[in-house]
Ligand binder design. Structure first.
Ligand code: NDP
Length: 451
């Protein structure tokens, strides 16, 4: 009889790097997952024998295409568009589109891979994907953004559909970009279906979709604190970013009684020791989504400090919420946070902490909620948007917020089930989220046989 040798982290890493050269972000995301899942796979030979991990780390397909558009000066511009359709074992491909100059295959594969387990944790029937382009909407006119989105969708529309692949927003893709893309999809296909989520309310969008990732992250942190007999109330909180996720994380943290003292953008961070209250947050939302300005303007208006080119992790806090981008907390920043008395961290962004930083938190036994659990609220409400589109109904804000809360608390339960340590006290949320997300997808893949 054939006996499959056990997986080791080193052998697996070697194969992964060989198959995917020059993709450091993808290697990082997969290895963070593999560290906790390999022992589980070795202990459950049905997954080992079926080579589930090797299959899961290979996307179903990757589409790369040319996006040509004309700028306001009449010059022709060429960008590269992508869609990585990662895994559709438990539902159609689902995941955001990112428009940012840094977009490349490695980043989209890391995001698509993480999305597999995040979507599984929500318990909704959603597979995983991610896409985008190396296009930077910053500094472009409305018309230029529109022309780019239309050209991008002209090709993408051939590969997506309400039962095939349902993209959403991510960095650089907000409601404006989704609207342009949805309009073009509708025009090309002559159909009105829920093929994109994050749509505006007037044409099939869902209430609280734009708030969902930030709200969900705050709810998740509340669960983490409650599990330890504590809460967000009265805690000093440090948030990075000032985009979609950060804005609504700040709103919910504040309503749960926390005091948020920082926000940031790619030019630096502001420190407002009195806290960013409702009125100040409304200023930031207008600054970032309407005027598309820089965070420094907040410091000028509210007379607080702006730290140019810096990240907020040196500020003393109880709770940290990185909500900007990947790898924004390295080992040194993690050590500083721990030294300053950090009680817990929840990732609003995808992979904002490096592997070394995560180990600092785990070694210090600080609850660390990884993005695939803590920021799953966005895709969860996207899943609910798909349901509403399919049944041609819209649910109320209360109904949706109740469902979001239940989903976040269900994710927390799965993390505790698979991540609680033998002492029955510390929850390793990284282990819990990875194994919890893995099992459902792996069992579906096993059921399908060798495909
Ligand atoms: P936005 O584009 O709305 O905001 C991104 C924010 O992060 C901005 O403040 C931006 O600053 C800042 N930022 C971007 N790149 C960098 C960088 N290299 N260094 C420092 N700051 C940076 O994006 P979202 O809020 O939607 O997404 C933020 C994170 O959350 C991403 O990791 C995304 O993948 C993740 N996420 C988003 C979900 C969603 O529903 N939107 C769902 C789940 C995860 P600036 O204005 O200067 O560019």
């Amino acid at each position: 009889m054939n006996s499959t040798p056990e997986l080791t982290l080193e052998n697996f890493r070697e194969g992964l790097v060989k198959r995917n050269p020059g993709e450091p972000e993808f290697h990082q995301a997969v290895m963070e997952f593999a560290e906790f899942v390999i022992p589980y796979i070795n202990a459950n030979p049905k997954y080992l024998k079926a080579k589930i991990l090797e299959r899961m780390t290979e996307p179903d397909r990757t589409i790369i295409f040319r996006v040509v558009w004309e700028d306001d000066a009449g010059d022709i511009r060429v960008n590269r568009g992508y869609r990585v359709q990662f895994n559709n074992s438990i539902g159609p491909y689902k995941g955001g589109l990112r428009f940012h100059h840094s977009v490349n295959l490695s980043i989209l594969k890391f995001l698509g891979f993480e999305q597999t387990f995040k979507n599984s944790l929500t318990t909704l029937p959603m597979g995983s994907g991610k896409g985008g382009a190396d296009f930077n909407p910053k500094g472009k006119s409305e018309r230029e953004v529109m022309r780019f989105c239309q050209s991008f969708m002209t090709e993408l529309s051939k590969h997506i559909g309400q039962d095939i692949d349902i993209p959403a927003g991510d960095i650089g893709v907000g409601s404006r970009e989704i609207s342009y893309m949805f309009g073009q999809y509708k025009r090309l296909k002559n159909e009105f279906t829920g093929t994109l989520t994050g749509k505006s309310l007037e044409f099939g969008g869902s209430l609280i979709r734009k708030e969902a990732t930030g709200y969900g992250c705050a709810y998740f942190m509340e669960q983490v604190m409650n599990h330890r007999g504590d809460s967000i109330k009265g805690k000093v909180c440090v948030v990075s970013g000032s985009g979609n996720v950060a804005q609504f994380a700040v709103e919910k943290i504040t309503s749960l009684g926390g005091r948020v003292v920082t926000m940031s953008d790619s030019s630096g961070f502001i420190h407002d020791p009195e806290g960013i209250n409702e009125e100040k947050l409304a200023y930031i939302i207008d600054l970032k989504t309407v005027r598309r300005g820089r965070i420094k303007e907040y410091a000028d208006k509210y007379n607080c400090k702006f730290f140019e080119g810096e990240k907020p992790w040196s500020i003393k806090c109880d709770l940290a919420f990185p909500c900007a981008t990947q790898n924004e907390i390295d080992e040194a920043a993690a050590r500083e946070l721990v030294k300053n008395g950090l009680k817990a961290l929840a990732e609003g962004a995808n992979m904002p902490c490096t592997g070394e930083a995560i180990n600092v938190f785990l070694d210090a036994k600080i609850p660390f909620a990884p993005g695939k659990a803590a920021n799953a609220g966005g895709v969860a409400v996207s899943g609910l948007e798909m349901t509403q589109n399919s049944i041609r109904l819209s649910w109320s804000r209360e109904e949706l917020e109740g469902r979001l809360k239940d989903i976040m608390s269900g994710i927390h339960k799965q993390c505790v089930t698979y991540g609680i340590e033998e002492d029955g006290n510390y929850v390793n949320y990284v282990k819990g989220a990875n194994i919890g997300g893995f099992v459902k997808v792996a069992d579906a893949m096993l059921a399908y046989g060798v495909i």
